[in-house]
Ligand binder design. Structure first.
Ligand code: PLP
Length: 386
């Protein structure tokens, strides 16, 4: 494989050096099991507590509210499972229509007849008016709204949704996977339930967290141990937790000095080229507040979006479709159809997502490659237009 330029950070990101080093050091230093009774175990336990305190300081919550997990899919499933075990048997759970499948499917599993979808506007933002009106009439057992969408990058008004839920004393759950490490984490710890994972912001895969109500007895998904105060059995991933925190602290430091600002411009330049060179192209959620790294673009028709991905891959760029491809067949993304795109248009969406390591030159090279794929595929149209 030749040199590839990676534009699929929303799927996963490479491990950043500070996080890798923290993982290596921790693996060497903390060889014990945090539950073991000897001093080697106690040392590992101490390191884990330290990582918990540092994460809590970033999020603004009590360290005892944090449970380490294997990643956000587990955290999100654990939250829905907890709701199923603790809410009134008649209570509904309201989740936004654009949640990640691990929230949507877990809600479908645990609340097959008591799940309502919070609608989104055509711009991909949850409908706060709907939430305000509905909450004034009915009280669900909980509301789930993600912080930033993984397909479109559109930021969700989680602070406002949290405030409305507080007003009606309804627990609020926020999946902050795509927000964390790209925008300031401050305030997220106010959410009753919060999930995140390291591999979206330069930490390793297989480590995430769940923040749950103060020292709450979250009903564990798993059986077999008292780790994490009985909330998550299984030997803790000490090095994973330490390297998650190292990555998040490094990202927070970049955000604090405004390092994301120029990246907004690089992305805007890319979008300008895309719209200028490709007739009929559209940026999904354009004009809305979006993550600085994400572009979901409705591309000119080309048999299947998969073809765009393959052609860009051949030119050395790794990008993603906006579709769920788990069956091998392109299914339109539920995020895009919830925004009102028809199924046909939804399968025309490509997602480009950069990372902190991505340079302005790489965005420019991507724009050129996209233009080249289009020209090669549309020789006649291009000649006519010229
Ligand atoms: N939530 C969102 C918004 C995501 O983008 C993802 C991953 O794509 C997940 C949850 C699942 O995270 P993990 O890969 O850690 O299980």
């Amino acid at each position: 494989m030749g040199q590839m330029i990676y534009f699929d950070y929303n799927a996963t990101s490479p491990v950043m050096p500070a996080s890798r080093q923290a993982w290596l050091d921790a693996t060497e230093q903390f060889i014990g099991n945090p539950s073991s009774p000897h001093r080697i175990g106690a040392r590992a336990d101490g390191a884990l507590s330290d990582a918990r305190e540092r994460l809590a300081a970033i999020l603004g919550c009590d360290p005892l509210d944090i449970v380490w997990t294997s990643g956000a899919t587990e955290s999100n499933n654990a939250v829905l499972h907890h709701f199923a075990r603790t809410l009134d048997p008649k209570a509904e759970v309201w989740i936004s229509a654009i949640e990640h499948p691990c929230v949507i499917q877990a809600a479908q599993h645990y609340f097959p007849r008591r799940r309502r979808l919070v609608p989104v506007t055509p711009d991909g933002i949850i409908d706060l008016d709907w939430l305000t009106v509905e909450l004034s009439e009915t009280r669900p057992g909980a509301v789930a709204v993600m912080a930033a969408n993984n397909v479109t990058g559109v930021l969700q008004p989680w602070r406002e949704a949290l405030a409305i839920c507080r007003q009606y004393q309804v627990p609020f759950f926020c999946d902050a996977v795509q927000w964390l490490g790209k925008l300031p984490a401050k305030g997220l710890g106010d959410c009753d339930f919060l999930s995140g994972c390291a591999h979206k912001f330069g930490g390793p895969r297989g480590i995430g967290f769940l923040k749950c109500p103060s020292q709450g007895r979250v009903h564990s998904l798993l059986f077999g141990g008292n780790q994490e105060e009985g909330r998550r059995p299984g030997t803790e991933n000490v090095a994973g937790a330490i390297s998650l925190v190292a990555a998040l602290e490094a990202r927070e430091a970049l955000i604090a000095v405004g390092e994301n600002d120029p990246r907004v411009d690089w992305r805007a330049d890319f979008e300008g080229c895309l719209l200028g060179n490709l007739p009929g192209a559209l940026v999904v959620g354009a004009g809305q507040r979006r993550l600085w790294n994400t572009v979901a673009a409705l591309m000119p028709y080309m048999a299947t979006q998969h073809r765009w991905v393959v052609k860009l891959d051949k030119l050395g760029f790794a990008v993603s479709t906006g579709s769920a491809c788990s069956t091998g067949k392109e299914e339109p993304s539920h995020v895009l159809t919830a925004m009102g795109l028809n199924a046909n248009d939804a399968t025309r969406v490509l997602r480009f997502s950069s990372g902190w390591e991505t340079t302005s030159d790489q965005w420019t090279a991507l724009a050129e490659a996209v233009g080249k794929v289009y020209v090669d595929a549309h020789p006649i149209t291009t000649q006519t237009a010229a």
